[in-house]
Design a protein around this ligand. Structure first.
Ligand code: 6PG
Length: 250
């Protein structure tokens, strides 16, 4: 398989970095809308994206991006109520979705209340299949693939090199389902059970964009960039079809 086009962008501050990502998203989302009438994005989890989502919820991006044409999913989720402080949906709701009045029919949170957890994972796969089935015309370049083709997956990276809820050495790295359960382990912060998109699903996307902040994580990222294939860390295994973008903020 062709390697994605890699782009590494370094910034002195998280604010500058988030403004640059906003400018990229403005063009990327508009080109998706021009091409197919919509844009599908998987939002990231953790704390770092808070600054990014707040930046997108304010001018100029709040008014220059056609947010009503974007369909939002989540790359992973902690299995807690959606209003819990550790919920990735809650973070996105507070910082982007609610401020932009993005309505529920364009936002697909993971079914964190469903038990057992495996059923929740399957339910989210069914939701993605339904939405992408309705959106994706036969002409979509990846329409025949066994995974939905997100236009963009936004990701972070942990200090151990995990991304989404794909942790080093975890069996989830080898699973072929679209969404899997990752049981809580002490090494995870917070140590909560999670649902996560898998690598085959993430790598079927057109573009993946990492936002990484802080000297320790930047050192780790630079230990395998610009040659991610030199590493088996989960974040280094992300290889989307077209473009792989790393935004690094000191
Ligand atoms: C999660 C995220 C995870 C996150 C990294 C970095 O749910 O925790 O998906 O992959 O991006 O852990 O998190 P911070 O931005 O909080 O450091």
């Amino acid at each position: 398989m062709e390697k994605p086009r890699l782009e590494i962008n370094r910034f002195d501050s998280l604010t500058q970095c988030c403004t640059a990502i906003g400018s990229f998203l403005q063009v990327f989302i508009q080109s998706s809308i021009d091409r197919q009438g919509y844009c599908t994005i998987a939002l990231p989890g953790g704390k770092t994206p808070t600054t990014l989502l707040q930046s997108l919820s304010r001018p100029p991006f709040s008014t220059t991006v056609r947010w009503s044409k974007v369909f939002f999913f989540f790359g992973d989720e902690r299995i807690v109520p959606l209003d819990h402080p550790d919920s990735n949906f809650g973070m996105a709701q507070r910082n982007l979705l609610s401020p932009l009045s993005i309505t529920g029919d364009h936002v697909f949170s993971m079914p964190v209340a469903t038990r057992p957890y495996a059923t929740a994972a399957r339910q989210y796969q069914e939701t993605m299949a339904k939405v992408f089935g309705a959106l994706t015309s036969r002409e979509h370049p990846y329409a025949e693939a066994e995974y939905p083709a997100f236009d963009l997956i936004l990701l972070g990276m942990g200090a151990d090199g995990h991304t989404a809820s794909l942790f080093p050495g975890h069996q989830a790295l080898h699973q072929k389902e679209w969404v899997v359960v990752v049981e809580a382990e002490q090494a995870m912060m917070p140590p909560l059970p999670r649902l996560t998109m898998t690598l085959p699903l993430i790598n079927n996307a057109d573009t993946a964009l990492f936002l990484v902040s802080g000297a320790e994580k930047i050192r780790l990222a630079e230990s395998f960039l610009p040659n991610p294939s030199s590493s088996c860390l989960p974040a280094a295994l992300v290889r989307p079809r077209q473009r792989l973008l790393w935004y690094l903020a000191d």
